[in-house]
Design a protein around this ligand. Structure first.
Ligand code: NAD
Length: 519
């Protein structure tokens, strides 16, 4: 990069306005740098454990009144948020790019996801939150309603890779359901999370409904886990496992969105060019630093050479760049640690017999953490990247003989987040339920399910617990409370009937109900 540091696109007083949203009493701060050019972006204040405590105290006070607001008021704020997100699109895109290094088109996915999420929950809030009627024990005499009671104060710990979506989109249903949030964004990407919080306030959500604290996960994150009534975590499987244990000690429930080693199966008869184009998007969006992106490609032996050539040609045509414009197809990795992981995975795969078909090099000429989109073949199970997540622009190609074998290969390893199938829809639909993944995208990589906010999204196996999006995405933040009303006669039977007579009567009643199809 030459000329003015990209981070100078954010004025100092704008940074000051955003960082004031962090609850802190310490004089400590951390400097963040932009992956686009390695230049400093901002001094981010650090919170203490006492600050987390104060955030929870304020959150509990705020929750008491927030939970009493009408669904109509919350709906209005959600719709206003939708409009503001689109109005402030350009600044949000700048901030996402500056903090995460991704290309502008990939940054737009986050902005779009937040707007879609706001509209979705605004429109569905009444249906999802109003008390539901359930069947009572004794027909006509028992009536049951199910209330969706907010959990209280939700702790959100979010990662750097989708700093807007994994923070604000994930937390929106929590506040829409009447909870209050205490949030710790990743230290790499606090400004975009803070811009999201500012949007919430401008949209009409009261200030204390979403509190932000900042600092190391092991300190500030732990302090949140020790206090929250529910924890929504997105990040690595290692940290998620630790958080699950800590939450279990307190009997607090969690949703954990973790890692993946997501497969794509190209079916026999798939259009080679179409599936190669889809695979490029699926593998290299956000430079592969996307939980649902594809890192394993299974191709029928008969189509392997044609697919490989088409895919490699398209990967080589991708442009890389660090500009705050729409020119580059792919941006930077987020940090030196990410460059080191992919470098290690490529070297290790090659040492274990793999061939680099394209890429395989860092690109310091473009920015400090750029790495070429890389395609391997001949990866053996001795290689770390065979089953381990790279979380970068690295994909391995494998030929297969039968569809059954492809499914078995796709189900290998420990993860189960996302899978993609290209080819005839009928066959793809038939094999989808046999694939161990929380989302299966047919003739798309990941975006069809991710962009369908009504569809739950999350991981099986080591990819997580719980689901974001859809009714599941809001009900995770509520306790189902059954309120049963008994009329005319107690459940133990009328006083004038001896227990044995009553038991006989109930037995007869149950036999009749068994024969009644709708009971
Ligand atoms: P990470 O687990 O290191 O960090 C994520 C967040 O957890 C950060 O805010 C961090 O500060 C915090 N944290 C770290 N240690 C903590 C602790 N001991 N207690 C509490 N909080 C702690 O993950 P990362 O490396 O930043 O993110 C990359 C990983 O996240 C990848 O494995 C990726 O697959 C996964 N991810 C998953 C999804 C999904 O939806 N499934 C989405 C994005 C990222």
């Amino acid at each position: 990069m030459t000329g003015m540091p990209v981070s100078e696109r954010i004025a100092p007083d704008r940074i000051a306005t955003l960082t004031r949203l962090i609850r802190t009493t310490t004089q400590e701060s951390r400097t963040t740098i932009s992956p686009l050019d390695g230049e400093p972006v901002a001094e981010i204040p650090v919170s203490s454990i006492e600050d987390v405590e104060a955030a929870f105290d304020a959150a509990r006070v705020a929750q008491a009144s927030w939970s009493q607001t009408s669904l109509r008021e919350r709906r209005r704020a959600l719709l206003r948020l939708h409009d503001l997100v689109l109005e402030r699109r350009e600044e949000l895109l700048d901030l996402i790019q500056i903090e995460s290094g991704k290309s502008r088109a990939h940054a737009f996915d986050e902005v779009a996801h937040l707007a879609l999420t706001a509209r979705y929950y605004a429109r569905r809030l009444r249906r999802q939150m109003k008390p539901e009627r359930r069947n009572g024990a004794l027909p006509l005499l028992t009536s049951v309603k199910l209330n969706h009671v907010p959990k209280g104060v939700v702790g959100i710990i979010s990662p750097w890779n989708y700093p807007l979506t994994m923070a604000i989109s994930d937390g929106l249903p929590a506040i829409a359901a009447g909870n209050v949030v205490v949030h710790k964004p990743d230290s790499q990407s606090p400004l975009i999370a803070l811009a999201g919080v500012e949007l919430l306030r401008d949209a009409g959500f009261p200030a204390d409904v979403w509190q932000v604290v900042s600092g190391a996960g092991s300190v500030v994150g732990t302090a949140i886990i020790e206090r929250a009534d529910y924890i929504c975590f997105t990040g690595s499987t290692a940290t998620g496992t630790l958080i699950a244990k800590q939450a279990a000690e307190r009997l607090v429930s969690t949703s954990l969105e973790l890692g993946g080693k997501n497969p794509m199966i190209v079916l026999p008869g798939a259009d080679v060019e179409n599936s190669a184009a889809g695979a490029v998007n699926a593998c290299f969006s956000s430079a592969g630093q996307l939980c649902v992106s594809i890192e394993r490609l299974y191709v029928p032996e008969a189509q392997y050479d044609a697919f490989r050539d088409a895919f490699v040609r398209r990967v080589q045509a991708l442009s890389l760049g660090a500009g705050l414009d729409w020119d580059a197809d792919m941006g930077s990795l987020v940090s030196q640690a990410q460059v080191e992981t992919i470098t290690k995975h490529v070297e290790d795969a090659v040492a274990n017999g793999a061939t680099v078909l394209t890429g395989g090099k860092a690109r310091p000429d473009l920015g400090p953490f750029f790495y070429e989109p890389t395609v391997l073949e001949g990866v053996t199970d001795a290689a770390e990247c065979f089953a381990g997540e790279t979380f970068g622009p690295l994909v391995s190609l494998y030929p297969y003989r039968t569809v059954e074998e492809a499914v078995e290969l796709a189900n290998g390893g420990e993860y189960g987040l996302n899978a993609s199938i290209y080819g005839p829809t009928r066959l793809a639909r038939r094999i989808a339920p046999t694939i161990k993944a929380g989302t299966v995208n047919i003739n798309e990589g990941f975006a069809a399910s991710f962009g369908s906010i009504d569809a739950p999204m999350g991981g099986m196996r080591h990819s997580g617990v719980g689901r974001r999006q859809g009714a599941e995405g809001i009900h995770r933040y509520t306790e189902p409370q059954s309120v049963a009303v008994q009329r005319a006669m107690p459940m133990a039977g009328p006083a004038f009937l001896a227990p044995e007579r009553y038991a006989k009567l109930l037995t007869l009643g149950m036999k009749i109900l068994r024969r009644t199809p709708r009971a």
